[in-house]
Design a protein around this ligand. Structure first.
Ligand code: AMP
Ligand code: MG
Length: 441
């Protein structure tokens, strides 16, 4: 175990943790279970989409001749969506055809029903418009050509990707499964509701917040309960939990206090372990290591605000990396609605803020409440962390990078992750954040 009292820049701490994390082995996953997973193969179409030339309108399919309208044609049959195209049509003939129905051989254009006048018995139609070749026709392979690569590995599968996969005939894909993430609280003072509080006891709030964050980050959350500050009990709880998860997250007991149990956990359960003091505020203490079975342990600080900040900086990128994601969470930039003042202390400060859209459509950030790491209720209104670099802080009106909180609600008109700019987290912050880019194993 490496134990350092020196302050480690955030980016270094993230890199060292990232070095322990490998993407989980890909599995064949049915499409119905693949939303949110990361694709582990390049997907080439084996079928063209559409598979045949078909009508884009309800109307009449004809062979375009260039003759001026009106055109009087014999209607030889009707073709509905799902029908076979049938026989070739000849000169002077038309088919009544519905949207999505295959064009028969000989037809290469469609006149909309709105531009036609059919005889009462439907056997003859007068077209008021003479369509050009290809008009209102969807060509075979126009959307996707057979053999075309439609999706590349590392794509995070959203609804539109699943639609594309289904359209080319896939019922399952190779994808990284959702990590299983266990959450264990440590602390002899902790009690879960509804048990009454005895003198000196407090509620275990971290576990519930962290379990919800894990789920919001796209992993399967596993509640491992709470354990007293007893090294043997804590080690036993971690050993049992490690067998059931890919990542085990503890909170509490990672600082320098008496009875802080995480060092014992790390010593007795982990390899490649580190206990660090990260140059951030809040959430300075951090521990991580790897279990013999391959899983990862991250020990978060116990203070409730610290544990949630540490989740955003360390656990969320680890969940993403385990799930095969290659791009780190992105920041947006907002105008500080009020000064985010601080004093220089060698640390990056992470301030809970509420980001909103102002009357001119700009993102503005304002502090959500008090600053101390035990003031959990002060985070209720927050939807982002402002990254306030070391120094005197950010004056009112200046731009500040903001990291959207996992699962937080953003104003409906805002895209918290700018796709085009794709800024790396903490891009412009000295000693700022870096995603876990998975240089490992
Ligand atoms: P620790 O990191 O164990 O020294 O804890 C720091 C502070 O966080 C102490 O005031 C603890 O009582 C508090 N704390 C630790 N774990 C939790 C938890 N699960 N829920 C709420 N507060 C906690
Ligand atoms: Mg404790």
């Amino acid at each position: 175990m490496s134990l350092s009292s020196r302050l480690v820049p955030l980016a270094d701490a993230q890199r060292r943790l990232a070095a322990l994390v490998c993407p989980l082995a890909p599995l064949e996953v049915p499409l119905a279970e693949a939303a949110g997973l990361v694709l582990a193969e390049d997907v080439a179409a084996t079928e063209a989409v559409p598979p045949f030339a078909c009508s884009a309108m309800d109307g009449y399919g004809i062979a375009a001749t260039g003759e001026p309208a009106p055109l009087t044609l014999k209607v030889v049959r009707r073709i509905l969506a799902g029908d076979a195209p049938g026989e070739e049509i000849g000169p002077g003939e038309a088919v009544r055809i519905m949207t999505g129905a295959p064009l028969p051989p000989g037809a290469d254009a469609v006149c909309m029903i709105e531009d036609s006048d059919a005889a009462r018995d439907g056997t003859v139609v007068v077209l008021g418009h003479s369509p050009a070749p290809g008009e209102h026709v969807r060509h075979a392979g126009e959307d996707v050509a057979a053999d075309e690569v439609v999706l590349e590995r590392s794509t995070v599968l959203r609804a539109r990707h699943l639609g594309v996969l289904a359209s080319v005939g896939r019922s399952a894909v190779l994808a990284h499964r959702r990590p299983i993430v266990g959450v264990l609280s440590t602390g002899s003072e902790l009690v879960a509701a509804p048990a009454p509080l005895a003198p000196g006891q407090i509620r275990d709030s971290n576990r519930h917040a962290l379990l919800a964050l894990v789920a919001a980050a796209g992993a399967n959350a596993l509640d491992l309960g709470l354990v007293r500050d007893d090294e043997d009990l804590a080690v036993a709880a971690v050993r049992a939990g490690a067998e059931r998860c890919d990542l085990l997250v503890t909170s509490g007991g990672v600082s320098v206090g008496d009875k802080d149990v995480v060092k014992a956990i790390i010593d007795r359960c982990c390899r490649d372990a580190e206990v660090l003091q990260v140059a951030i505020k809040p959430a300075k203490p951090l521990a991580f290591g790897r279990f013999a079975g391959g899983g990862v342990l991250i020990g978060l600080p116990g203070n409730p605000v610290s544990s949630m900040v540490s989740f955003e900086l360390f656990v969320r990128p680890t969940i993403a990396a385990l799930g095969g994601e290659t791009s780190p969470p992105a920041t947006a930039r907002a105008i500080a609605a009020e000064a985010l003042s601080r004093s220089a202390d060698g640390k990056l400060h992470l301030v809970h803020v509420q980001v909103e859209v102002d009357g001119e459509g700009r993102l503005v950030a304002r502090r959500s409440g008090g600053r101390a790491s035990h003031l959990l209720a002060s985070t209720v209104a927050a939807n982002a962390l402002a990254l306030v670099a070391d120094g005197a802080g950010v004056p009112a009106g200046a731009m500040v990078p903001v990291l959207p909180l996992t699962g937080a609600a953003w104003p409906a008109s805002v895209r918290p992750f700018p796709v085009e700019q794709g800024e790396r987290v903490g891009h412009e912050v000295e000693d700022g954040l870096e995603g876990l880019d998975g240089t490992c194993c």
